[in-house]
Design a protein around this ligand. Sequence first.
Ligand code: C5P
Length: 256
Amino acid sequence: MFASNPMENRELWQQQVAGMSEIQDRGTRIIVALDYPDARSAMEFVSHVNPEQCRLKVGKELFTSAGPDFVKSLAGLGFDVFLDLKYHDIPNTVAKACRAAAGLDVWMLNVHALGGRRMLEAAAEAVTATARPPILVAVTILTSMDTADLKSIGLGKLPEEHVLQLATLASDCGLDGVVCSSREAPRIREQLGEEFLLVTPGIRPLGSQADDQRRVMTPADAVRNGSTYLVIGRPVTQADDPAAVLLTINSELAAL
Ligand code: C5P
């Protein structure tokens, strides 16, 4: 029912939601990682999906190549956009970057929890002061880092202990949640409660390839483990029929 032209998609989507008082619940849990090199290839994918089926994540590569206007145009098409730039700098600089990101009408943005309490508080304060505050989440420890990597930069605890400590700090500083592995989700959920948002990559629907991900989990298992939103890239973006993959996952999750 959705057209290949994104502008037509937007109109169809707006017509669809016009009669609804509110999109039920929080809407779809799926955030598709737009890991494309440029605006043209990303938009080609976007033309096949709609905001009811998925939200969209723009990371460093696409943002650097396509720019802020592209992010705004995705929001203009009705999509919830997660701007995944992982800000990490002095408090004043991060606060200003967060304010600028909110000006792009993004739905979610993130910072590194390793920036510390003052940086996290400055980010939360800056976001809260905007007209329509986006969700603010923190990256704790990058899942690419193991115990030896952490030790080499002077962090001597186990990765999961650092993750829990940084997630607790993010919560204390007023952030809405963290990006974490779905394996870490149960402990964080137990410690920080039901409202804290857990955004988890490393998701693979049954039958799809692991690609370069080492430890993967199915969408249903991730949600059972406490994930709020699932970041999914290649299983959707490389699929012959992305909308069909999204439909399958959304239906599976709705049935939980
Ligand atoms: O294609 P795939 O589903 O593996 O993409 C996952 C997305 O989530 C990518 O954009 C990747 O950079 C991001 N991500 C991740 N693991 C993390 C943090 C982010 O895979 N720990």
